[in-house]
Design a protein around this ligand. Sequence first.
Ligand code: MLT
Length: 311
Amino acid sequence: MPKVLISDAMNNIAQKIFEKNNINVDVKTGLSEEEIIKIIPEYNGMVVRSATKVTKNIIEAAKNLKVIGRAGAGVDNIDVVTAKEKNIIVMNTPGGNTNATAEHAFALIMSVLRKTPFANETTHKGQWEKKNIKGTELSKKTLGIVGFGNVGVRLSHLVKGFDMKILVNSKSLSSRKKDFPNVNDVSFEELISKSDIISFHCKSTADGKPLITKEHYKKMKPTAYIINAARGNIVDESDLNDALNENLIAGAAVDVFSKEPAKENILFNNPKAILTPHIAASTSEASIVVAEMVANQISDFLLSGKKLNTV
Ligand code: MLT
């Protein structure tokens, strides 16, 4: 009977699906790399979210591992290169948390435009900051979406009632352009200089370097906002902090960090930055869907060799 390790907290539907499929399953969360290395030879499958870092050392110790499943989209916590070398399949669950992530990006946009966190915090303290809080409207603004995969597309749909102009920078849009008559395919340079809100929904670059540099901020509107709910290394936090402090842009909302969990960060306490702890995908609905998807995919692979959503 195949055996699977679930090493990150996730909805217990995953465990139930494995049990229903007669697959032995252990849920052991919060393990260190050393602890995983000790037990991983027992397992044929491994399921993670983002907390477990599936390192080269873990993969090399995983003598019986056939598949690693990521309950989520990004696989940057898995050493995919080493897994491929060892013929271990890596799967993710694209689409499972698309809507959750796009809705959080939208919530971040509205929060930063209307200064909602500051309004909330000060009102709770009995300070009446009414005259110090003036928001910006979303309607008729230009939204720049960098990366037009599932989440970027969903965000473009969510803002439909706001009469926005949408600029997109994406490597794959030109071949799909006819499906998206309402968006304009532009260069990154054009997008950053013309957008009022720039929201990142792309993957990290291959070399891990940030997409937006100090020079880019100088070309942006001083009233512009940056939203990052994709990956922390796409926007260099130090450059973003400088751009906010030098009034090169008006504000930012960030859900993802170069180092997570973010216990310290240069953006902490910058009043122009709204920060959330990588919760874009964390909804009741999405956590069930990704747990179900990953457990079904891994079961199908271990029981019948069927491969779905391999990366
Ligand atoms: C993902 O890659 O699916 C998201 O970033 C969600 C997550 O890691 O929790």
